[in-house]
Ligand binder design. Structure first.
Ligand code: NDP
Length: 297
């Protein structure tokens, strides 16, 4: 069965642009009111992962576009955990640094939990410090949340809110349970009074769950994984995946694709995010929003 009308395209770019304009205006306002310098965001990337370098360069460019100061520290793959912790300690101690972002994934010889826990929670722009994740888990509602929420889940909620997608009482199925996307997103959906199911690689018959969902959010890193037969007619589909297609997709090799088979799912969904241009722009815009929030808090 297909929906008779075109689905609502949940484009992230215009929403992200509006957030960035607001952040830029907020920074200008602070400077007019007497702040001597704009917020400073520092991004640390370790190793040679090409995608990580592209993402961190993009974050630095956007930070400058909105009038922030930004620093990108690129460390060799051979950097030891101790050396990385030393960099973080110096940034924690620098009163002129307001946001610190550790680009993930880190090389295997570095313990991600130890590194994320070393960032000053007051400068934790990604909201991954255990203290901030704990606050998110303990919050009864949005007012008790930490200052900075994980960017991709928070950006997803902004998008849903912008397009007026009703969440209260709805059944949301989140596929993927990473600490950076699936788990915090499930928590934010719960706060919005959705009934939430979280699926992962050990879930038996994932599609039996997605077929019951009013809202399906997919973040697993498998191109085109969610197909039309895995949703119910009229579902809202949020594609968080960003995958660079390889040579096994001869006509689209090198292009970006989400975790959702857009062409088939769009015929059945009531609303759907595109990839690229959906959640991705909101992740970066939320990062800028978080940096400004930490600066003023
Ligand atoms: P992870 O690899 O950390 O987590 C993937 C999750 O998907 C795991 O929980 C895993 O289960 C689950 N999973 C994998 N295969 C299946 C399957 N066949 N069925 C059900 N669950 C499955 O990935 P991330 O959360 O970091 O990223 C997920 C995707 O989101 C990627 O494509 C990434 O590029 C994208 N992403 C996009 C962002 C954006 O700005 N739009 C930002 C961050 C990520 P288990 O826990 O059991 O292993």
């Amino acid at each position: 069965m297909t929906t008779e009308t075109q689905p609502l395209l949940l484009a992230g770019k215009p929403v992200a642009d509006a957030i960035l304009a607001e952040v830029k205006h907020g920074i200008q306002d602070l400077l007019i009111k007497g702040h001597v310098a704009p917020p400073q965001l520092v991004v640390i990337v370790v190793g040679d992962d090409p995608a990580s370098h592209v993402y961190t360069q993009r974050k630095a460019v956007v930070a400058q576009d909105v009038g922030m100061r930004s620093q990108r520290i690129a460390l060799l793959a051979s950097t030891t955990q101790e050396q990385l912790l030393h960099h973080i300690a110096a940034l924690n101690a620098d009163a002129d640094v307001h946001g610190i972002l550790i680009q993930l994934p880190l090389p295997n010889h570095i313990n991600t939990h130890t590194v994320l826990a070393a960032v000053d929670p007051r400068k934790d722009v990604d909201g991954f410090h255990p203290q901030n994740l704990g606050k998110l888990l303990g919050a009864w509602d949005a007012r008790q949340n930490p200052v900075a929420l994980p960017c991709t889940p928070a950006g997803t909620m902004t998008l849903l809110n912008h397009y007026g997608i009703e969440l209260a009482g709805k059944h949301a199925v989140v596929v993927g349970r990473s600490t950076i996307v699936g788990k915090p997103l499930a928590q934010l959906l719960l706060q919005a009074n959705a009934t939430v199911t979280v699926c992962h690689s050990q879930t038996v018959d994932v599609f039996a769950h997605t077929r019951q969902a009013d809202i399906v959010c997919v973040a697993i890193g498998r191109p085109g994984w969610l197909t039309a037969d895995a949703i119910q007619p009229g579902a809202v589909v949020i594609d968080i995946g960003i995958n660079r297609l390889g040579d096994d997709h001869p006509t689209r090799a090198g292009k970006l694709a989400g975790d959702v088979d857009f062409d088939s799912v769009a015929l059945k969904a009531s609303a759907i995010t595109p990839v690229p241009g959906g959640i991705g722009p909101l992740t970066i815009a939320t990062l800028m929003q978080n940096t400004l929030k930490l600066f003023v808090s």
